[in-house]
Design a protein around this ligand. Structure first.
Ligand code: FAD
Ligand code: NAD
Length: 476
């Protein structure tokens, strides 16, 4: 039987980072991959979705030009060329990952799907069996598909399928108002695909602040048909079409599409691991309790990292967790505790949707004594110059200390505002210190300053905010 100090299951982002961290402690380790190399992020996640969005932004910019008095021809979208670039660039990113895999000692790489046969015993579907002193589980996540969708048969697709398309389809029904549904629905819509986005329960991405969520629903809904709480009676297949029966504004409707794209959530990829044989105590989801500071499960020799840990299923968190889990698996039993970064989430819609630090729901549920500062981008100087003047940003600060706690936004260039705020929150900055930082003129960040000033007023630190649109002129 093959014997190793550390076995890592899954060669995605978390698993590859875990391998490098564990390698510093031992040369007796193995990285096991059951599917294709290349990582979810590069193959079918972050990168191809952003490539599709970039093409959609180019088309949207052409359509927006008449608003400046510039009249180009309407965009002609060549679907095969759009998808060709998406796949070419995607393959380039995947190529870099594959090079990193090739750099790993070949005796440390194993192909096959692993499952537990005992707390320290793994069996691969190739028949190989190994004894591992410590194990890192980094198996990622899989799409959750409601049974309701079975009726559409092979017209049901997920994100992976989109990035394999040779051409753009004519019409797609997208289900799910989370990050995947929002990003793909808006991008496809802007690329000339007829899209309708069906949400459930009123959610819009990761937003929990009702006012910001409403503003985001309105901004996305102004671009394409989007109901965050759709009343769908039936989905079925008729010939090569997907038929969706739903209610809109009290009226029964039926619409036909080529595909039903499910973006209805992702779950930890635990099926097939036979975790029951691992000796861990499992909850009703079939998962053990994991310490997010050590990534250790119940003080055992088993560690989790990335989406499978169901902590924050984002790329930079997967990398951090891989580093923590790999290092601790390597040094076990002398496990070290690590502090985690300030939460940061960005959805690459237009306008961007973003969350930073503590969410409105977390602060409210914990009865935290906080105040909110606001800016509406409708009248924000630079946003108006650029005709990007849609959105709402709420920033939360602690009463008594003025410490910045978090923010939720749907905002132009929100990806950058969210970073500024995340860095300020992690640095423990208070609102007055943030306001003492330089703000250039005219920039979108002046909108953030308006929200910070409003927060300062609401915390009782200053009497009033300067008059409306002060960032339109000198002396701001
Ligand atoms: C469409 C989409 C867009 C996204 N966009 C963003 C974004 O813009 N920004 C962001 O931060 N995040 C984004 N994400 C999330 C991000 O991609 C994930 O958080 C991240 O890729 C998770 O990495 P991981 O290492 O946990 O999993 P993965 O990269 O999925 O790696 C898990 C690996 O484990 C293997 N495996 C599974 N079971 C077994 C087994 N039993 N034996 C052996 N191997 C096994 C799998 O084959 C896989 O290779 C996006 C996700 C999707 C789907
Ligand atoms: N830009 C980014 O960072 C980015 C982009 C894409 C994905 N991701 C990551 O991937 C994860 C998974 O994304 P996701 O969007 O699939 O999941 P999600 O869980 O965030 O959202 C799923 C949405 O689908 C809705 N839903 C569930 N059942 C439904 C049904 N029957 N009909 C209509 N809607 C239904 C839910 O209410 C929810 O709003 C995210 O949590 C995120 O961490 C990140």
């Amino acid at each position: 039987m093959h014997k190793v100090d550390v076995a890592i299951i899954g060669a995605g982002t978390a698993g590859m980072v875990a391998y490098r961290a564990a390698r510093k402690h031992t040369g007796k380790l193995v990285l096991i991959e059951g599917g294709p190399y290349g990582t979810t992020c590069a193959r079918v996640g972050c990168m191809p979705s952003k490539l599709l969005i970039a093409a959609a932004e180019a088309a949207a910019a052409m359509r927006a030009a008449p608003g400046f008095g510039i009249h180009p021809a309407a965009p002609h979208i060549d679907g095969t060329k759009v998808m060709g670039r998406v796949r070419r660039e995607r393959d380039r990113f995947v190529g870099f990952v594959n090079e990193a895999i090739e750099d790993i000692d070949s005796s440390h790489r194993l192909k096959g799907s692993a499952k537990f046969e005992g707390p320290n015993t793994l069996r691969l579907d190739t028949g190989a069996v190994m004894h591992a002193e410590r194990i890192v589980i980094a198996t990622g996540s899989v799409p959750v598909l409601p049974d309701f969708f079975d009726a559409v048969g092979d017209r049901l697709i997920v994100n992976d399928d989109v990035f394999g398309w040779p051409d753009l389809p004519a019409a797609v029904a997208v289900f799910g108002g989370g990050p995947i549904g929002l990003e793909l629905a808006q991008a496809l819509h802007r690329l000339g695909v007829r899209v309708r986005l069906f949400g459930k329960g009123g959610g819009v991405g990761p937003l929990s602040d009702p006012a910001v969520r409403d503003a985001a629903a309105a901004a996305i809904g102004a671009d394409l048909p989007f109901d965050p709480d759709a009343d769908v009676q039936e989905v079925k297949r008729e010939g090569d079409s997907v038929v969706v029966r739903f209610t809109e504004g009290g009226r029964a409707r039926e619409e036909r599409f080529e595909w039903l794209l499910a973006a209805t959530g992702r779950a930890p990829a635990l099926d097939g691991l036979d975790l029951a044989a691992s000796g861990l105590t499992l909850d009703q989801r079939g998962a053990p309790e994991i310490d997010p500071r050590t990534m250790q499960a119940q003080g055992s020799h088993i560690f989790f990292a990335g989406d499978v840990a169901a902590h924050i299923p984002l790329l930079h968190e997967a990398a951090d967790e891989g580093r923590i889990a790999g290092d601790n698996a390597g040094r076990f039993p002398h496990v070290e505790s690590h502090s985690r970064r300030t939460p940061l989430g960005i959805v690459f819609t237009d306008p961007n949707i973003a969350t930073v630090g503590a969410s409105f729901a977390e602060l409210t549920d914990a009865a935290h004594d906080f105040a909110t500062g606001k800016v509406d981008f409708a009248d924000q100087g630079r946003a108006r110059v650029l005709r990007l003047n849609h959105g709402l940003l709420h920033v939360y600060g602690e009463r008594g200390t003025g410490r910045l706690l978090g923010a939720e936004m749907v905002a132009p260039r929100g990806e950058h505002l969210a970073h500024l705020l995340a860095w300020a929150v992690q640095a423990g900055m208070d609102v007055e210190t943030a306001l003492a930082m330089p703000f250039y003129h005219p920039v979108i960040e002046e909108g953030l300053r308006t929200a910070l000033r409003d927060l300062s007023v609401n915390l009782g630190d200053r009497i009033d905010n300067p008059p409306r649109c002060i960032d339109c002129g000198p002396g701001a």
